[in-house]
Design a protein around this ligand. Structure first.
Ligand code: ADP
Ligand code: MG
Length: 250
């Protein structure tokens, strides 16, 4: 579904990703772990098409299409969706309006009609309940004045409504208390689908106790230094990251 080959990316002249390889198959949940500054956010940003990153070599293919040739909107239409580490506030734009506009843009791209209002409300209310969010959140400006945990829930709410083909979550677990963590984890688990890929970027093994990844990658110094199963996450928790780098350069 997603294939990243020998990806080199620079930001403001310095090389951040240094030959990164990653393969994710449909239906799989992958976790990317790694120390601060390793390039985790850079990877998800480049896949989603955020500006300011220079791809100097390598390729990203999504369902057979060359992602680097696609505009940001095309990537979103193809179902690549990134949930942010620091969700943006959009003053003056109601949450419900954003959800509806995003969903309808997706439908329009597929040549479908706008979703009828009653059907939309039913869908949103169901997802809102799943994320244990009060309906009043729909009428508030996007993320404005939301607590850290509420913003993260809102990111997952967007995913539940938009149903991406590949859901990427960058440190969705940072700053969450235990209850919010459970809700977010349940939300991610409900995204699990044989047709969908999920890529979770996380520092902590804590989230992975609730969302079991099929594959765990360790990103160190701009490369995937090690790939394993969920056991690897536990090993990282107890042993840190140093040994992975030593092992991979030995
Ligand atoms: P991670 O998410 O693994 O903590 P990042 O991908 O955010 O790492 O960052 C990797 C490196 O790239 C860091 O050293 C960071 O300072 C640098 N970096 C990321 N974005 C920018 C930017 N916009 N300008 C300058 N340096 C950046
Ligand atoms: Mg990051």
């Amino acid at each position: 579904m997603l294939e990243v080959k020998d990806l080199h990316v620079s930001v403001e002249g310095s090389e951040i990703l240094k030959g990164l390889n990653l393969t994710l198959k449909q239906g799989e949940v992958h976790a990317i772990m790694g120390p601060n500054g390793a390039g985790k956010s850079t990877l998800s940003a480049v896949i989603s098409g955020k500006e300011g990153y220079e791809v100097t070599s390598g390729s990203i293919t999504f369902e057979g299409r060359d992602v680097l040739e696609m505009e940001v909107e095309e990537r979103a239409q193809a179902g690549l969706l990134l949930g942010f580490q620091y969700p943006v506030e959009i003053p003056g734009v109601k949450n419900i309006y954003l959800l509806k506009a995003a969903l309808n843009a997706q439908r329009a791209a597929r040549g479908e009609e706008e979703i009828p209002a009653p059907e939309f409300m039913k869908l949103v209310k169901e997802k809102l309940a799943a994320m244990k969010m009060d309906p009043s959140f729909l009428q508030r400006a996007v993320n404005e004045g939301f607590s850290g945990g509420e913003k993260k829930r809102n990111e997952i709410l967007q995913m539940l409504v938009l149903q991406p083909r590949l859901a990427m979550l960058d440190e969705i677990d940072s700053g969450l208390d235990i209850d919010a963590m459970r809700v977010v984890a349940d939300g991610i688990n409900s995204l699990r689908d044989p047709e969908r890929g999920v890529l979770i970027v996380t520092h902590y093994q804590r989230l992975l106790e609730h969302v079991e990844p099929d594959v765990v990658h360790v990103l160190v110094d701009g490369r995937i230094a090690k790939t394993g199963d969920k056991q690897l996450a536990y090993e990282l928790e107890s042993r840190g990251y140093e040994w992975v780098l030593e092992e991979s350069t030995a």
